[in-house]
Design a protein around this ligand. Structure first.
Ligand SMILES: *Cc1c(COP(=O)(O)O)cnc(C)c1O
Length: 316
């Protein structure tokens, strides 16, 4: 792992070292006031055995935005980039062969010991990057997902939804857990007032032979790097890309495919929507061919089987 401290808004020099446990005072800010945000990205083993980090710059940029939203000192992009590169180099031998990868988790937390600090940002904290080998997210082939469409509850709030923060996950968790326990749903697509936003942990796309349709970015939900990469590749492949308000009615009457997108699982097809007690099959209920085509276009760039026309991969 790599770690750095911040004190009075300034970052210390970082070091790379064996994984260690933190000893934190029970009064640390993160425990009480959720002053934490993070990133999630991957390094892939290339077909030529190189270590390839996907879209590190975009993730470093987003961490800056999340930190600002949480009033934490934004780690300079160069700091995040150096620390992630160092962790990938140190764990080079641990990067699994594709479809596995090395998952990287830069994390920023407030550690000031002051329970009275509810109304001011923590003056001290830790910034660290940890790594873990991950297998194919869906070993044994991709199973089409069951997704509950939820119109009553919001995943997050206006403005804060853009922050990649634990607080955003835990605020959606109750809804996601209930959907799983009561309906066997894999995830929840939040669509407050009938307008689609995203699921508890991924963005959402409609796909068919000609087009890719997704909701426009607002400050109420996370701006996914996978979403951006998929839309870019879809344009390259000749799909018409539409970013526009997406209603639940349109999703339910869509004749093509639907997919979730995020770093962990890349693109995952939806087989069934659950809406107001009814089950609606998407297409033929299987993961669609356009979804698979876009997924493959992305993973070929990850591992260097295809060219990287947008300069997304950093080889270390
Ligand atoms: C991380 C995340 C995503 C996906 O973003 P990627 O950059 O594509 O991994 C989507 N929604 C939420 C809430 C997230 O935290």
């Amino acid at each position: 792992m790599a770690s750095a401290r911040f004190e009075q808004g300034k970052y210390s020099d970082w070091t790379v070292h064996k994984i260690k446990e933190y000893s934190l005072h029970p009064g640390a800010h993160i425990f009480h006031y959720a002053s934490g945000c993070f990133e999630g990205l991957k390094a892939h083993r290339g077909t030529d055995d190189s270590a390839r980090i996907f879209r590190l710059d975009a993730h470093a940029d987003r961490l800056v935005e999340s930190a600002k939203m949480l009033c934490l000192p934004p780690p300079p992009e160069s700091l995040t980039i150096e620390m992630v590169e160092a962790v990938v180099k140190a764990n080079r031998d641990e990067i699994p062969d594709p479809p596995g990868s090395l998952y990287l988790r830069p994390t920023l937390i407030g550690t000031e010991v002051n329970i009275g600090a509810a109304a001011h940002p923590p003056v001290s904290g830790e910034f660290f990057v940890i790594a873990s080998p991950v297998g194919d997210y869906f070993a044994g082939g991709k199973r089409p997902l069951r997704i509950l469409i939820e119109e009553e509850t919001r995943r997050s709030t206006a403005a804060f939804g853009m922050a990649k923060a634990g607080a955003n996950y835990v605020s959606a968790l109750r809804t996601v857990v209930a959907a799983h326990e009561d309906l066997g749903a894999d995830q929840v697509l939040f669509a407050p007032d009938g307008l689609v936003e995203e699921t508890g942990a991924t963005n959402f796309l409609l796909v068919d032979d000609e087009s890719v349709v997704t909701a426009p970015l607002t400050d109420a939900y996370l701006h996914g790097v996978t979403r951006d990469s998929t839309l870019t590749l879809a344009r390259d492949l000749g799909y018409r890309v539409e970013e526009r308000p997406l209603t639940v009615d349109e999703v339910l009457s869509w004749e093509g495919e639907a997919a979730l997108c995020g770093t962990a699982a890349v693109l995952t097809g939806v087989g069934t929507f659950i809406h107001k007690g009814e089950e609606i099959t998407v297409g033929n209920g299987e993961v669609g061919t356009n979804t698979m085509r876009l997924q493959e276009a992305l993973t070929e760039i990850h591992v260097g089987k295809a060219e990287d026309p947008h300069g997304w991969v950093r080889i270390v």
